[in-house]
Write a protein that binds this ligand. Structure first.
Ligand SMILES: Cc1ncc(COP(=O)(O)O)c(C=O)c1O
Length: 411
């Protein structure tokens, strides 16, 4: 059977915002929202907007709906148990909560390893622990290969290392880090392994068991949903961890979900899992009976293949110019990068480029993207940071060609 290609008209019909003629290429900042997500959000608010846990019928139904979505999200990331899914307002907050609870069990002199290519959301929660004597070490990106070298990690790990925490994909360069391989090294050393999956989850299916991660965090508003975030944690770790909710709350995940999950947003995320299944069934109508997780995998495979083509085209164009330097993987190889592409120009500043593109109604962006340490290490502060173009699966080749024509005019 030949592999189908992604039906762009079909997927784009699920995103009403895409009908307005604007070209969204700042998706690493935030993606457009699925109509099924918006529909579930309003379904919940219009019918079930009551407090959970009461004995009356609507309260029961409301709780069932949110629990259903939590189970769907558990299936999506291949968690073993829905209780392993913790919901919160943002990835920044989830990582802060993680640092607050884990560090309750740590002593001065204990060590955390993170990288210099993190979004600050996965950096300051750990460096702030230096005040209580925790030692934070930085695993630095090799500036020649622009990758993290596992031997460098091995040299940093000691018997005091409690946690290694890294980003799965760089939100600036798009480079994917080999988390399954890193997980083995970390666990052999007896440490915990936490991953910031924010820049990866819009592009690839998350599989927490295959990668053997202890914690995994991503933001729903970058995965076609609303402004909330999800943290997976292994059940036994969540059970052992100190809670940060009221003293009488000890159930997982509620004990690390202060103020509770946002009900309507959590419920709305089941619109994402519905969508992933519908994309599958549209492309493989003869296979509609397979397990949901197999469907998600095949759908994300279609996304990855399409995004690889878009990335190859833009990077090939940029590489062909002698005044532009692409920073990171020099092609669209889906095993090495996501479709987040950073570059700088020899003479023009990055703000100058982006502001010249703005009138063409194409949204791209420049800056440090809160990943200040890597932008500084790359020496790009003077340029205003790199220019970042970030595609997701709903972008079309026509849109990429339109961006290239605009670059031809403005560069
Ligand atoms: C890699 C990465 N981690 C964390 C965050 C922070 O996510 P949130 O906005 O949900 O706090 C971002 C946001 O851009 C990000 O790109």
């Amino acid at each position: 059977m030949t592999q189908p290609t992604l039906d762009l008209d079909f997927v784009r019909s699920y995103f009403p915002a895409l009908q307005n003629g604007f070209v969204f290429m700042d998706n690493a900042g935030g993606s457009q929202t699925l109509k099924p997500v918006v529909d579930k959000l309003s379904e919940y608010l219009l019918n079930y907007d009551v407090q959970h846990g009461a004995s009356y019928e609507i309260s029961q139904k409301a709780g069932e709906r949110v629990d259903y979505a939590q189970a769907e999200l558990a299936k999506l990331v291949n968690a073993a148990d829905p209780k392993e899914i913790v919901m919160g307002p943002s990835s920044t907050m989830m990582l802060r909560i993680l640092s607050l609870t884990l560090s309750k069990a740590w002593q001065p002199g204990d060590e955390v390893i993170t990288t210099n290519s993190e979004h600050e959301a996965n950096s300051s929660p750990w460096t702030d622990l230096e005040d209580k004597g925790i030692v934070v070490k930085f695993w630095e990106v090799n500036l020649e290969t622009l990758e993290l070298d596992i031997d460098d990690l091995k040299a940093l790990i000691t018997d005091k290392t409690k946690l290694v925490t890294i980003t799965h994909a760089s939100n600036v360069l798009g480079t994917i880090n080999p988390v399954a391989e890193i997980s083995k090294v970390v666990h052999e050393a007896g440490a915990l392994f936490s991953v910031d999956g924010v820049a990866l989850a819009p592009h690839r299916l998350v599989d927490v068991q295959a990668w053997d991660v202890d914690f995994y965090v991503f933001s729903c508003y970058k995965v076609y949903g609303p402004h909330c975030a999800l943290m997976y944690g292994k059940l036994h770790l969540l059970e052992e961890m100190a809670g940060i909710n009221h003293y009488f709350i000890d159930q997982v995940p509620y004990k690390i979900q202060p103020g509770n999950r946002n009900f309507e947003m959590t419920y709305s995320m089941s619109g994402l899992t519905d969508y992933l299944q519908e994309v599958h069934d549209h492309h493989y109508p003869e296979n509609a009976d397979i397990y949901d997780q197999q469907k998600y995998a095949k759908t994300f495979d279609l996304f990855a293949e399409h995004e690889e083509k878009l990335s190859n085209r833009l990077i090939e164009y940029l590489n062909g110019r002698d005044d532009i330097t692409v920073i990171g993987v020099p092609n669209g190889d889906r095993n090495k990068r996501v479709a987040t592409i950073a570059f700088h120009h020899d003479t023009m500043s990055s703000p100058d480029i982006v502001e010249k593109v703005d009138p063409y109604k194409i949204g791209i962006r420049y800056g440090d993207f809160y990943a200040k340490k890597i932008v500084e290490a790359l020496g790009l502060v003077e340029k205003g940071g790199p220019v970042r173009v970030s595609f997701v699966h709903y972008n079309t080749m026509e849109e990429v060609e339109a961006l290239i024509s605009v670059f031809e005019n403005v560069l």
